[in-house]
Design a protein around this ligand. Structure first.
Ligand code: GDP
Ligand code: MG
Length: 261
């Protein structure tokens, strides 16, 4: 039997990680694959799914703020490191042998997971050899050429840090208007157009940021980082079958998995 695959959901605050976790788990479950979910966000208020393992059982922002006299931002940083301390207990609670997929929803702010050493310890502690990162690009942060370039940059920084196969998806596709959808599709099909558009943006709005975007564009284009990305929507549940197939290509040689029904 194919071993459990752990899917870490990453992306900037509000990109749809928790909503995606819920929708992906629903899709897998309704297709008879067994799935567990993990919440690593100590500041989550209400979650759209019921996690099998919830870091809030050990660490909550409210408690840390009270105990250490910190504001929400300081408490987030302390919480990120405290999560690592509890990782072995969290792992013990995961019935890894029983689930085909484990989906891990990460803290609201990307940097609290992606750029902390504790995240590497968690990934290494769970199942390092069969993990994938799903990086969700929020289309509303990728509307301008420089915004799109910085999103792709962040996704690749995550990949670089964790050295784990990374699948970049554009989230919330049901919320995109026709024009936004066409622009994002065009930039992916023809990265040269992204290059033309970032030059235009820089001439209309000459700032350090747009200048930097031109430099990043050139380097990233040389590295071939602007390929096609699938779109996904938790709203109308599109894109999950393709995601499943992509994960199966990474770890299952493209074969379907056994289903429980
Ligand atoms: N229509 C629609 N809304 C979404 C989708 N994904 C997320 N949202 C909304 O975007 C907001 C942020 O989502 P959330 O999952 O909390 O983002 P997180 O901070 O990355 O976990 C919420 O109001 C969600 O309802 C989607 O695919 N479609
Ligand atoms: Mg969330």
């Amino acid at each position: 039997m194919q071993p459990t695959t752990v899917i870490y959901v990453l992306g900037t605050a509000g990109c749809g990680k928790s909503t995606f976790t819920a929708a992906a788990a629903r899709w897998l479950d309704s297709n008879d694959y067994s799935v567990q979910t993990v919440n690593l966000d100590p500041g989550a208020d209400a979650l759209p799914y019921e996690p099998e393992v919830d870091v809030r059982d050990w660490v909550t922002l409210a408690d840390i703020m009270e105990e250490y006299g910190l504001g929400p931002n300081g408490a987030q940083v302390v919480a990120a490191d405290m999560i690592a301390l509890h990782r072995s207990r969290m792992i013990d609670e995961l019935a890894v042998d029983e689930a085909q997929f484990i989906i891990v929803d990460t803290p609201g702010q990307l940097e609290l997971f992606a750029f902390r050493e504790s995240a590497k310890e968690i990934i290494n502690g769970i199942l390092p050899k069969s993990s994938v990162l799903v990086y969700l690009i929020d289309p509303f942060n990728a509307r301008t050429p420089s915004g799109y370039i910085s999103q792709v940059m962040l996704a690749n920084l995550c990949k670089l840090r964790f050295q784990v196969p990374t699948i970049e998806l554009i989230s919330k596709s049901d919320m995109m208007g026709q024009e936004m959808r066409e622009v994002l599709t065009r930039w992916q099909e023809y990265p040269d157009h992204l290059g033309d558009d970032v030059m235009r943006e820089a001439s209309e709005r000459p700032t350090m940021e747009t200048e930097l975007s031109i430099g990043l564009y050139r380097t990233m284009e040389d590295l071939g980082l602007f390929g096609a990305r699938e779109m996904v929507s938790a709203g109308d549940e599109r894109g999950f079958e393709r995601l499943y197939q992509t994960i199966q290509l990474v770890y299952g040689g493209g074969e379907d998995r056994e289903r429980s029904a």
